[in-house]
Design a protein. Structure first.
Length: 141
């Protein structure tokens, strides 16, 4: 994938400003291209890299046994994001069931977890197939 020109980034910047989504994605910026250019472009370059990796990966022959390279990420702490998600799920559970999940609640937690794991496997395989399909489309171009 070729790198975008500054004009292409400026066009995206102005498009976000015009459709009113700019402040949703970039509340820290000023709305002035000359002031925001470097921050916007570096942020967009990182997002382009992430999008390209996630949407256009090279599909392996076997998803179940493919080795991956050592992690070298940088950015937000994923554990803190998961912690926040867990707290939000607990609040939703309290709203739905009137309490947080407790032991001896009349349900079989192992069956609940297994069924959730099956759903997860289905969703994961869906995304892998979609990525494989997108990768095959890109090869035809």
């Amino acid at each position: 994938m070729k790198e975008k020109s500054e004009q292409e980034y400026k066009k995206e910047y102005n498009k976000l400003l015009n459709i009113g989504m700019f402040w949703e994605f970039y509340p820290q910026l000023s709305g002035n291209w000359n002031v925001d250019r470097n921050v916007f472009m570096s942020s967009e370059k990182l997002q382009d890299k992430i999008r390209n990796t996630m949407v256009n990966p090279t599909p392996p022959d076997n998803f179940a046994t493919t080795e991956q390279s050592k992690s070298n990420g940088n950015g937000i702490d994923i554990i803190s994001l998961v912690h926040t998600d867990l707290e939000e799920r607990a609040k939703k559970g309290e709203e739905t069931y009137g309490e947080r999940l407790q032991p001896f609640n009349g349900r079989n937690g192992l069956i609940d977890a297994y069924q959730e794991a099956l759903d997860l496997a289905i969703y994961l395989r869906q995304v892998l197939e979609e990525q494989k399909g997108l990768s095959n489309l890109d090869k035809r171009k």
